[in-house]
Unconditional design. Structure first.
Length: 360
């Protein structure tokens, strides 16, 4: 919205600053951060009053989680509200990629909200039926995938781009849409599985998002793509503003989610943020890189898949408990140990992801 102030500029005054993505990125970050600090405590008070007993705690989960009973959930509303407000204020609203990412974020956020509401109101873990959640998620992802493909350069439409090797394109044709759907839905559910300890999911999400935001900015500039030998996708630079809102809102949320958490992210936040990561990767043609920078989420999801399949086949467990962060809890690691070590792993993976931006 603020971009429209450039109409008042003569080319050398204050209003000219709004032309620059970097300036508006800083504005989006500060807006989201202030939003989080201003509305965090009031939102928590409302959630606590409305939810009563808060998020139900699994009786078969780690014993240390029982002390968290009564903690309200749906804290993802704070992050989603912050990033939505900051994006609408600071991004160019004539940019299709901004609307694609917002559409996925809000769509998956709505699914998560319905799931959280069902769990809290019924005080059980059933929530929205899994098949319905997946069906709605795939529908949102299908729309977003086709939408993104329409705005990709003709040479990249329905192509799978490989990191590092610019000339290595795989023509998926019609199958690009199902592939992109799996990327988006998979990312949403992988983040959802990771959200099991105080502060565990939000920092890796911010790290992965910031990495993808840098990539989006690079991919959206002809000069940078030429120098770094990556594909150019016009318009993706604006996604950096969305990412700044996500990081600012995420930090505001982390202030209240730091151990011991005053509020949980809930499916409202985890599905929305995971979907956003997937949508950014599809928009920028960096789906493979998402698997690297979001490697922690991949491992968390795989640990559940392996555990379920192996148990069905043998009746035995590979991990003491899945997802894998609970395995380490069972092994005696403290919650802060797990969280901080997983943060470190996420940062390392982000650096590896950025290294795919090959300099000639």
């Amino acid at each position: 919205m603020f971009y429209w102030l450039t109409a008042l500029s003569d080319g050398g005054d204050f209003f000219n600053l709004f032309r620059y993505i970097t300036f508006r990125t800083g504005g989006a970050f500060l807006t989201a951060l202030i939003f989080g600090f201003l509305f965090g405590r009031p939102l928590i008070n409302v959630l606590r009053k409305r939810q009563g007993k808060g998020q139900p705690i699994r009786t078969d989960g780690p014993e240390g989680h029982f002390v968290k009973a009564g903690t309200p959930t749906m804290g993802g509303l704070l992050i989603v509200g912050a990033l939505l407000t900051s994006t609408l204020l600071w991004a160019r609203l004539d940019n299709p990629f901004i609307w694609i990412v917002l559409f996925v974020t809000m769509g998956f956020g709505a699914i998560g909200f319905a799931d959280d509401y069902a769990k809290v109101s019924k005080q059980n873990h059933a929530g929205v039926p899994g098949k319905l959640r997946l069906a709605l998620g795939f529908l949102i992802a299908a729309i977003a995938a086709y939408w993104a493909a329409v705005y990709h350069p003709e040479a990249l439409q329905y192509q799978l781009a490989m990191p590092v090797f610019k000339n290595a394109l795989i023509d998926l044709g019609f199958f690009f849409i199902p592939f992109a759907m799996i990327v988006i839905v998979g990312a949403a559910n992988a983040v959802n599985l990771t959200d099991g300890l105080d502060g565990l999911a939000i920092m890796p999400v911010m790290i992965a998002a910031a990495t993808l935001g840098v990539i989006a900015y690079v991919v959206g500039r002809v000069d940078f793509t030429t120098y770094l030998d990556v594909h150019y996708v016009d318009g993706t630079g604006e996604i950096l503003i969305f990412v700044a809102g996500l990081v600012g809102g995420g930090l505001g949320f982390l202030w209240y989610n730091a151990p011991p958490a005053a509020v949980f992210m809930g499916d409202t936040g985890s599905l929305a943020l995971g979907g956003a990561l997937g949508a950014i990767a599809v928009a920028t043609k960096h789906e493979i890189v998402l698997a690297i920078v979001g490697g922690l989420f991949v491992v968390e999801a795989l640990s559940v898949i392996v555990q379920v399949l192996y148990f069905k086949r043998t009746g035995k467990r590979v991990f003491l408990m899945a997802p894998i962060h609970h395995h380490y809890e069972k092994k005696g690691w403290s919650e802060p140990q797990i969280v901080i070590r997983f943060w470190i792993i996420s940062l390392i993976l982000a650096m590896i992801g950025l290294a795919t931006l090959k300099v000639r």
